[in-house]
Design a protein around this ligand. Structure first.
Ligand SMILES: [Zn+2]
Length: 360
């Protein structure tokens, strides 16, 4: 039980959870006008076992204009350091959901992310699309080994991952959530994606991010540090948030010194997911259309030889084809229809796979 040991280590070893530390909102070196990080909130798995209005009814309580940044699928040497640099320049702290095989391939990039004071959480080993299609044993291994790989790397610097897990493709199930919950691990979704994984241009990603944030007034972003479009647009997004008076909130593990414990906010409606900017004028052709046949992008494969230059930069060379629908185990697909507002923004293939059988 590698995973049980990893979790038990929280209480017994002197490992320091990632994230936390001194806030730099008031004094950001070299950037007196930085966006900064306004406050830290510690996540208590007992009161917030599932987080993110995209899929759940609970979220970290945020004040109007407060934003949480999360980045998935890294680390990747060609993109993650640039994301770190953009965050560093603005003294913004975020959470990174690490893919085990990526961490194994690029352990030093993971260590760098943690050393910057960002929170580290996990996102499986191989990023199976879609998680519910795994057998329960395989799924457990994806979860347990993901934590084991990441913690083995972080332990070199006396650190440890936060007990938070994000399902690849957000493919949650009751059974896996229960498994995580029993181990004190938070199932962490988000409030809105920015579609950077659909290979949009940086300008498109920027506008979608801003439109969705402004439509909701606050919330948790889901971005990908392996996407060139995110790398390109992030400095501009952070600047705009500063200009418009937004504040960044950093999630940290429970027990982080000086961090207030996050309160839960309960959802009264699903997040708004505009495809059009609410405050910018943009030609309709610039905005993504979900009618187009898009293929979800899995995380890039670890080997540099498997990377190919794409129109926006580095793209994964191989796209994991989704298995045929008839292999979906009916009792493993998400059940809660009201918690799966994917139809608003998710590509049709993913939508089909995630919908409850009764919706098909
Ligand atoms: Zn992912």
């Amino acid at each position: 039980m590698k995973f049980a040991l990893a979790v038990a280590a929280t209480a017994t070893l002197l490992l320091v959870p990632t994230g936390g530390g001194a806030l730099a909102a008031e004094s950001c070196p070299g950037n007196p006008d930085a966006l900064g990080t306004s406050r830290e909130v510690a996540i208590d798995p007992a009161t917030l076992p599932r987080i993110g209005f995209m899929q759940y009814k609970e979220m970290v309580e945020l004040q109007p204009k407060e934003v949480i940044f999360t980045f998935d699928d890294g680390p990747l040497p060609k993109t993650t350091p640039a994301v770190l640099e953009a965050l560093r320049k603005e003294c913004v702290k975020a959470t990174f959901f690490i893919v085990g095989r990526m961490a194994k391939a690029y352990p030093n990039v993971l260590r760098e992310v943690a050393a910057e004071g960002h929170s580290i959480a996990t996102h499986s080993v191989t990023h199976p699309l879609i998680f519910p299609k795994q057998s329960f044993e395989k799924g457990k291994r994806e979860i347990d080994d993901g934590f084991a790989i990441v913690n083995a790397i972080l332990a070199q610097d006396g650190r440890q991952a936060a007990p938070w897990f994000r399902f690849p493709g957000l493919g949650r199930t009751n059974a896996f959530e229960k498994y995580l919950g029993e181990r004190g691990v938070v199932s962490m979704s988000a409030d809105f994606p920015v579609d950077d994984w659909l290979h949009r241009t940086p300008d498109q990603v920027y506008k979608i991010a801003l439109a969705r944030l402004e439509a909701n007034g606050k919330g948790m972003f889901l971005l990908h540090d392996i996407q060139p479009s995110t790398v390109a647009m992030l400095p501009r997004l952070l600047r705009t948030l500063k200009e418009r008076g937004y504040k960044v909130v950093h999630m940290v593990p429970l027990g982080t010194p000086g961090a207030e414990v996050a309160r839960a906010e309960t959802r009264t409606r699903v997040p708004a997911m505009p495809k059009q900017p609410v405050s910018d004028t943009v030609s309709p052709g610039m905005m993504p259309s979900l009618a187009e046949p898009v293929q979800p992008a899995p995380p890039a494969t670890p080997s540099a030889a498997e990377q190919v230059p794409g129109p926006g930069g580095l793209l994964p060379a191989r796209l994991n084809p989704l298995p045929p629908h008839d292999v979906v185990s009916r009792d493993l697909v998400p059940q809660r229809r009201d918690e799966m507002p994917f139809s608003v923004f998710w590509p049709s293939q993913i939508m089909y796979d995630l919908r409850a059988p009764t919706m098909r």
